[in-house]
Unconditional design. Structure first.
Length: 98
């Protein structure tokens, strides 16, 4: 009997706490995060190819500050529509309605 009570406590029902993997809000959020990551990587690539932002060169502290600024800018841009990739990704992942 003690074993049955222990098993019931050790394996709680978590089905109510989980959300479906194809939740539209999660898909939109993931698509925006992906687009922000892509924009950030494009900006980093541009900065690295020029030897600094706009060819000015930079030290360690300005490099860290620019990386932070680029991440925030990319996230803001993606949240406001960005390049339109997030909406295309969401459309591609949605199940067709009948």
């Amino acid at each position: 009997m003690k074993l049955d009570k222990l098993t019931a406590v050790a394996a709680p029902d978590i089905s109510a706490a989980t959300t479906p993997k194809d939740d539209p809000a999660k898909v939109r959020d993931s698509a925006k995060q992906f687009e922000a990551l892509l924009i950030g990587q494009m900006m980093k690539s541009m900065r690295d190819s020029e030897g600094g932002w706009l060819g000015t060169g930079e030290d360690q502290s300005s490099s860290s500050a620019m990386e932070y600024a680029q991440e925030n800018f990319a996230q803001s841009l993606a949240n406001s529509g960005g390049l339109g990739l997030a909406s295309l990704i969401v459309k591609g992942l949605q199940k067709p309605t009948e």
